[in-house]
Design a protein around this ligand. Sequence first.
Ligand SMILES: Cc1ncc(COP(=O)(O)O)c(C=O)c1O
Length: 379
Amino acid sequence: MFEKRYAQRLKHQKLTDLYRNPPEIARKEGPFIHMEGRTRLNFASNDYLGLGSDPAVRKMVAENFEAMGPSASSSRLVSGNFQMMREAEQTFAAYFGFEDALFFPSGFQANLALISTLFGKGDHIYFDKHIHASSVKGLALSGAAFSGYKHNAMNHLEKRLKSGGQGPRAVITEGLFSMDGDFPDIDSLSALKKTYGFLCVVDEAHSYGVCGKGGRGVGKTVADVGVGTLGKAFGLFGAIVLLPKLFRDYLINFSAPLIYSTALPEAHAKSAVDILSVIESSDDKREYLQGLSRSLKMKLVGAGFTVNGDAHILSVNIGDEKKTMELARNLYHDDILVFPARFPTVPLGQAILRISLTALHQYDHIQRLVDTLIIRHHP
Ligand SMILES: Cc1ncc(COP(=O)(O)O)c(C=O)c1O
């Protein structure tokens, strides 16, 4: 019975060009990725500052794990609440300008835990329709009423807020949208917050480390809670939630995904702090990345592509799923890896090529990408 349903759904995915079957990766090396017997230029990595590939960072992390061991061996509430972790959280809170912080094993878990626990029956949550799946899953679990507003459309959010109920309200957005590569309008969001009063959660998975002064992200002026993954610009794994002390206490007491899951090891906390000081002194990388992105966007727009994105994530609009897959396959054939984002990652019929740039890319790499895209898109 189950088998029949699974087989039918998979068949449907194949027929509609939505089937996923990721190829295996032999290894990654700087801006390159070795897979299926060939070395390819990698435009699908979130190691934005190249720290995950940096030998000094790797050594630092390896030494921490060697010294402290690879596992917390229990959940935070049993015997996994290490002093080192607490110090690391306080260091992160101070750096990003929040009252307190809490580590999670992944960004997905952080959003799920945070949103499903902080919100509940009687609350109304407004969310940008392009927020990450982990936040949406958190909403679905929360029991709160929720309504989406059009991507980055502050007038639509205001309409929703005006017609909404009287209970506690919150807004969820991202610091840099993971697929579109654009920023939210923080000033307008702040103005709406003043007028209507809501709690604001900003998921800065793609902006912490890379955007804002010292990589402090873009949402601090409006965010009550900031979420950052350490698996992207930090070149590590795990996640950090920046929040008021009361919220932290509440999550530790009521958040099942935190309570019933093995904590991150203390070696992780030490590594996160070590990497934070590298992040602080990475202005040169952040500036380089901005220049690279501006140049790539100009070249792509000049070649006639419709491109979104204002930072290290650029999305080339293709629309049709089949066409997008074909284009990505052709680029892959020419040893360039670009992620074709399709439904449900993006809305149906609005497939894109998601290009992520890292400080490891060079200008001749982006020229190669543009030249190949032009040939493959208009063969
Ligand atoms: C916006 C956003 N939030 C959260 C996550 C989840 O983070 P992690 O990969 O650490 O689970 C991602 C990762 O893809 C993301 O893009």
